[in-house]
Design a protein around this ligand. Sequence first.
Ligand SMILES: [Zn+2]
Ligand SMILES: [Zn+2]
Length: 100
Amino acid sequence: MAQPYAKAFYSSKEWINCQAAFMQSKNYTCERCGQLATIAHHKIFITPANISDPMITLNWDNLMALCIEDHNKIHSNGGPCVEGLRFDEDGNLIQSPQGL
Ligand SMILES: [Zn+2]
Ligand SMILES: [Zn+2]
């Protein structure tokens, strides 16, 4: 399950419009491997501290078009996300178990 604060953000009209326009500008092409991109990834991971900052959450400079595989790689290779958050297989922001 996504964290409630993230769920509200990801279902907001602002985010849906922002990521749709961004993905379109990238022709839905993964910036890593060139395959079909389905996820607009935040280079600076979203946390409860920055989720209300549009310069982080809605800034194209902070977005990256990625396929699911590369998105998973970024979040798994990056270790635990800031604030103990990470993404699950469905791309939902969840709380990392302690010590992971
Ligand atoms: Zn890719
Ligand atoms: Zn991401």
